[in-house]
Design a protein around this ligand. Structure first.
Ligand code: BGC
Length: 744
């Protein structure tokens, strides 16, 4: 009894929750029963206080000086969360207002975009997905969570888990590529990394999976554009990563900007209420994307902000990101009985639940520890994790005459290209809290890795020049070198939000300079720097070697040098198809068959093909080379009949036939040959990343069961139909061994 009485007495004496933050709140004891605690809190809240919780405020800096307006909003209990506060002391100032200067003292959520690291920057997510290494990916978000929470952040707008099959969309850089199976595994790994096993620990953060849903299918790859698709495509392709992330415990969801079959996601009851909350059982809350409640007016589904507030809350949107429309309109709507207070209660409950799970009612200042900011950020451990992730993200696309790896001794190397000497671009898009001078440049990485080589550098040309440039220095240095390493591609900012492009050619004079360098007859190693697949058939034909290096973050230059000189044997595989030309988009490996398959009679023009380009990808999904070689053999289905209660086991022998140790991502695909709904010609079902010494063989076994062969049929649901299946295994989605099995 004394245990409870003493803090209560203290509380009434001092009126401050901070004294008692561990156990007692202004309205009572934070006990073990979360549901009761939250329900009783909601009962004590006025309508205005409840609506306040649904408002996400944009930070304007220090609440004592530049952000007095924001401070006033929070003091008036009109904000439940704040966005873009990074800094433990700053977070403490805001939290103190919420906790000590409001009637109920409900703590704030601190939201921040933490897409690929906080200060220690990891490869852009598309790059990191090329590692096919779930442990590495989980580890990178673990580090990001540690650093974000050290800066006072407890809620990250991450991971971005949109499937995308159209490289015109700049945001393809933020996701895990084109495949729902791999995308789902990665989504779950990222949620686990951020949220850890104990969300109430001071170094784990709540995730906000985004952008729900089908944002990556924006028509013509134009950002924010309409999405229109069958329910089958939604459920088979775009929804699975969200399902996996919710299952992994994701505690909040951000609705997407686009309209889905005519209804914007921010006010779409089918997507938010029916699928997300009811079917997937999402316990946490849904926040809109930036100002998206207001955008309901531009979408043409709300005539004014009052209407926008009503359809959004009815649609299932719990929190309004920065438009202030919920804050200003919902109270009136409830008072006029145009919106039921029950909807408000439901939304508040979801938000309070996340606050509870984060441990904020036990200690609102859990994430406001300035020492952690000093001790837990950019540690050698974090930097090592960033280096490992960066090495694993690199994809070797071409390596004629085994030009790579380069030897470290006695060579003269010409490094050419603007990106070779850029630090900030290595951070890529959405590096909101990264420092522009943290990354190691490619040039510095090369120099540090090969001190015995003579390394020249010339910019050669800008990435995006509009006028002719003088190549003489680059040509002169290249002519005195044994090998040319040329960076080519995009600036770091050229992918990400709002960065759609209708042309995906190499921009500026870069290709022209490459052609000039070719006249010297030297081997040219191309380092692609890009946040999306680019159109590179000329390079694919003429470069001696190509490394896809994306934007690899703080340790970019070191990771690239490690691969160039063979300290790390590349093992990345593309998670998105590279087209021959933009006209092929959207392009993905898991195409449905047509009535006129193009490969049955390539001379017949009345087939599903282009007259001017192949249907195939230049580099297919799953593709990536190594400095060693692998051979798949003896592919067998041990028990080729699958039934409702008996799965199948398939085995393949994988041999390292080269002379170096290496890692290979063995991929397993299936095709359902006949079904009541046409099925993809290949569909990834399993993969395994295996490390092999030279001449070593390992047998890889995969197990599949009936759930793995189900498909979605409209008005029926997920079903598996008996019949024959092909099953394939190999090192990419194109070059595969084939076997078969039957489902009875
Ligand atoms: C983006 C989101 C992001 C939000 C807050 C929006 O423009 O679409 O991905 O989380 O801004 O920065």
């Amino acid at each position: 009894m004394r245990k409870i009485l003493l803090p209560l007495i203290l509380f009434y004496l001092f009126g401050s929750v901070s004294v008692l933050a561990q156990k007692v709140y202004k309205f009572g004891v934070v006990g073990t029963n979360k549901a009761t605690f939250i329900k009783s809190l909601i009962k004590r809240m006025t309508l205005e206080e409840k609506v306040g919780q649904l408002n996400l405020v944009l930070s304007g800096g220090d609440p004592a000086t530049t952000a007095q307006k924001e401070a006033a909003v929070i003091r008036a209990s009109k904000g439940g969360a704040i966005f873009n506060v990074a800094g433990a002391d700053l977070a403490r100032k805001y939290q103190r207002i919420a906790v000590e200067e409001t009637r109920l003292g409900i703590p704030l959520l601190f939201g921040f975009d933490c897409i690929h690291g906080m200060r220690t920057t990891f490869p852009i997510p598309l790059a990191e997905s090329s590692s096919w290494d779930l442990k590495t990916i989980e580890q990178s978000t673990r580090v990001a969570a540690r650093e974000a929470s050290a800066f006072g952040v407890n809620w990250v707008y991450s991971p971005m888990i949109d499937i995308c099959r159209d490289a015109r969309w700049g945001r393809i850089a933020e996701g895990a590529g084109e495949d729902p199976y791999l995308g789902s595994m990665i989504a779950a790994a990222r949620v686990k990394g951020f949220q850890g096993t104990d969300l109430s620990a001071n170094n784990t953060v709540a995730t906000c999976i985004k952008h729900y849903v089908a944002y990556g299918a924006a028509e013509a790859g134009r950002d924010y554009n309409t999405t229109d698709m069958s329910e089958r495509t939604l459920r088979e392709v775009y929804l699975p990563p969200f399902k996996a992330a919710v299952k992994a415990g994701a505690l909040s969801v951000m609705s997407s900007f686009n309209s889905f079959n005519g209804v914007p996601s921010a006010a779409n009851p089918f997507l938010l209420r029916q699928i997300l909350k009811k079917e997937l059982g999402m316990k946490g809350f849904v926040v809109s994307d930036y100002d998206a409640v207001r955008e309901l007016i531009s979408h043409g589904v709300a005539k004014d902000s009052i209407e926008a507030a009503r359809i959004a809350i009815e649609g299932g949107l719990d929190m309004d990101m920065i438009s202030n429309i919920y804050r200003d309109k919902l109270v009136g709507l409830v008072k006029q009985k145009k919106v039921s207070e029950k909807l408000i209660d439901e939304a508040v409950e979801r938000i309070l639940l996340v606050k509870y799970d984060l441990g904020l009612f036990h200690n609102p200042y859990l994430y406001c520890n300035a020492n952690r900011e000093k001790n837990d950020v950019m540690t050698s451990e974090n930097l090592q994790a960033a280096l490992e992730a960066a090495r694993k993200s690199i994809v070797l696309l071409k390596n004629d005459d085994h030009i790579l790896p380069l030897t470290k001794s006695g060579k003269v190397i010409a490094v050419i290209g603007e990106m070779a000497n850029s630090k900030s671009d290595m951070n890529g898009c959405w590096a909101t809290y990264s420092r522009s001078d943290d990354p190691t440049t490619i040039l510095d990485g090369i120099r540090a890795a090969a001190p015995d080589c003579k390394v020249f550098y010339a910019k050669g040309c800008k990435v995006d020049a509009k006028e002719p440039e003088d190549y003489s220095e680059a040509m002169e240095l290249a002519s005195r070198s044994d090998v040319v390493i040329m960076t080519m591609g995009e600036y770091g900012w050229m992918s990400g939000e709002g960065m759609s492009r209708a042309n995906l050619d190499i921009v500026g004079n870069q290709l022209d300079l490459f052609k000039h360098l070719q006249t010297l007859g030297k081997p040219i190693v191309v380092l692609l720097t890009n946040g999306r697949p680019l159109v590179i058939p000329y390079l694919a034909e003429h470069a001696t070697a190509i490394l896809e290096t994306w934007f690899l973050g703080t340790k970019a230059g070191n990771a690239i040098a490690d691969v160039l000189f063979g300290d790390y044997n590349p093992s990345g595989k593309l998670t998105v198809s590279f087209p021959y030309c933009v006209g092929q988009l959207p392009l993905y490996y898991s195409q449905l068959p047509t009535g006129r398959p193009h490969d049955e009679d390539p001379k017949d023009p009345y087939r599903s093909l282009y007259r001017d380009v192949t249907n195939d990808a230049l580099y297919p999904f799953g593709y990536g080379l190594s400095y060693t070689s692998f051979e798949y053999s003896n592919f067998r289905v041990l028990n080729p009949v699958m039934t409702a209660d008996k799965g199948i086991d398939v085995c393949v022998d994988l041999k390292n036939t080269g002379s170096r140790e290496g890692e290979e991502v063995a991929q397993l695909y299936i095709r359902d040959l006949y079904a009541s709904v046409s099925q993809p010609m290949k569909l990834l079902k399993r993969f395994s990343k295996v490390s092999l010494n030279p001449s070593e063989t390992k047998t890889i076994t995969f197990h599949l069961n009936r759930d793995d062969v189900k498909f979605y049929k409209e008005k029926v649901g997920w079903i598996a139909e008996p019949g024959k299946f092909n099953i394939f295994v190999g090192g990419n989605s194109r070059d595969l061994l084939k076997a078969s099995f039957e489902l009875r």
